[in-house]
Design a protein around this ligand. Structure first.
Ligand code: K1U
Ligand code: ZN
Length: 166
């Protein structure tokens, strides 16, 4: 197991669209384990491969309070169910020390492959629904700050660039 470096906004590599995984291999299982270790260490409740500069469609999540219910989703696909939207104060390991409110579909269905390449479908609710959409956005090169005003995003970019230079 290894701790991986997490890219930080505004690193342009966070804008890369990740490629689908054709066949799930030991390399992907090792990546998932390293990402889980990195997520627990951060600490966070999710992590997308994009954030550790691997541009393949793999995410890990654990929203349990005991931190003992890891989920690995490979090639996740989200389907929005209904029109209800819900606001949640989000954070991001690639945007340190910043939280803001994002509105997303409340009800979604997610299909994915597990760490053995076996397909499964979930209908997440509450925090899991928010987190899975946030992580799939990462795989598409999208960050939660993209939902904010360009003024807020610009201020954040300057603040984080200053922090990275220091
Ligand atoms: O993708 C990421 O950068 C991880 C991010 C996931 C997320 C959080 C909140 C809403 C949507 C998606 C985080 O984990 S930020 C850290 C965080 O939320 C947290 C950390 C420790 C305990 C509980 C939460
Ligand atoms: Zn994030």
């Amino acid at each position: 197991m290894a701790l991986l470096e997490i890219l930080e906004f505004p690193d342009p590599r966070l804008r890369t669209k990740a490629k689908p995984i054709g066949s799930v291999s030991d390399r992907h299982r090792q990546l998932a384990d390293d990402m889980l270790e990195t997520m627990y260490d951060a600490p966070g409740i999710g992590l997308a491969a994009t954030q550790v500069d691997v541009h393949e469609r793999l995410i890990v999540i654990d929203v349990s309070s005991e931190r003992n219910d890891p989920l690995v989703l490979i090639n996740p696909e989200v389907t929005v169910l209904g029109h209800e939207m819900r606001s949640y104060e989000e954070g991001c390991l690639s945007v340190p020390e910043y939280q803001d409110t994002v509105k997303r579909p409340a009800n979604v269905q997610v299909s994915a492959l597990d760490r053995h390449g076996k397909p499964f479908v979930i209908q997440p609710d509450e925090l899991l629904a928010v987190c899975v959409q946030h992580e799939i956005d990462h795989l598409n090169g999208k960050l939660f700050v993209d939902y904010l005003s360009s003024l807020k995003r610009q201020r954040l970019r300057s603040k984080l660039k200053k922090r990275q230079r220091a």
